[in-house]
Design a protein around this ligand. Structure first.
Ligand code: PAF
Length: 292
């Protein structure tokens, strides 16, 4: 049996910088309550810098939660996070408190227009500004060579890529395919709000995405028809309230899909049993590096 050392915990920017000085760094930002999806990101980070350091941040970022959202009940368990992160190959876990990240007088916001405005950005005003602000701040603190994000948050990934490009942030951003339960449900820390039976029913989201994928692969290219194929599957689940199911193209700045572009994607957001869930898949499931 291999015994892995837990990562070193750093809570301050100075401690973090001292530990990382002169090393190649791969970085996985998270809000904690780590699951197999995060472990996959951490393993990819380990592979990206075999001789360097893997840093995982655990910070529940208040700036990206709306007033009526789940900030206070967002699941937290640092001991468990240390185990998952260490097992997956993390060297350092950065766990600052809110006052360290947002001291009195903090007044800067990073707003990425266009790509942030639709879908989750429209449903959760200010959310992507909160995400972009904390991610840029973390990138400035960690100064990684590579930063890895889950493709499950496809629009978030598009926002971060746009910010990094626009502001010449010296980091390579990598997206890592979504990890799913056997049922097809995309892994998410928020799944813990659902009991086992509800999680099984929530797998309808991935079934709907697969229906759109199947229609696309059989040659369908009309967005209305593709989207209707997904909505038909969702309509069978009476506990579900659909927010959006949409096909998008490229970097999401222009949302139109381009025929046969491997970046074409189908995205869904819905409420089930009071919990907002999102998921997405590539339309061309054979597209290299974009498996959903
Ligand atoms: O995806 C998340 O967990 C968060 O949005 C992130 C990127 C860690 C920023 O708080």
């Amino acid at each position: 049996m291999t015994v892995t050392a837990p990562p070193r915990v750093e809570t301050t920017p100075d401690g973090l910088r001292a530990r990382l000085a002169g090393r190649r760094v791969a970085f996985v930002p998270t809000m904690g309550y780590l699951h197999e999806g995060h472990a996959t990101l951490i393993r990819a980070a380990r592979a990206a810098v075999p001789d360097g350091l893997v840093v995982v941040s655990v910070f529940v970022n208040p700036l990206q939660f709306g007033v009526n959202e789940d900030l206070s009940r967002y699941p937290r368990d640092l001991e468990r996070d240390l185990g998952v992160a260490g097992e997956a190959g993390a060297d350092v876990l950065f766990h600052p408190d809110v006052a360290t990240m947002y001291p009195d007088g903090f007044s800067t916001r990073v707003s990425v227009s266009g790509v942030s405005d639709s879908l989750d950005g429209a449903a959760r005003p200010g959310h992507f500004t909160g995400v972009a602000t904390i991610v840029l701040k973390l990138l400035n603190l960690v100064r990684p060579d590579v930063a890895l994000f889950g493709e499950k948050d496809w629009q978030q990934l598009a926002v971060i890529r746009r910010m990094v490009r626009d502001l010449n942030v010296p980091v390579e951003v990598r997206g890592v395919p979504t990890v799913r339960a056997d049922s097809g449900l995309a892994l998410s820390s928020r799944n813990t709000y659902l009991d086992a039976g509800q999680q099984a029913r929530a797998a309808v989201l991935s079934s709907a995405l697969r229906a759109v994928q199947a229609a696309y692969r059989s040659g369908e290219r009309q967005r209305e028809v593709l989207e209707a194929a997904g909505r038909a599957v969702l309509s069978r689940e009476e506990a579900l309230t659909l927010e959006y199911l949409t096909v998008v193209g490229g970097d999401m700045q222009e949302r139109e899909m381009v025929d046969n572009d491997p970046m074409n994607r189908v995205l869904v957001a819905a409420r089930l049993f009071g919990v907002r869930l999102i998921d997405n898949m590539p339309l061309d499931s054979t597209a290299a590096g974009t498996a959903g």
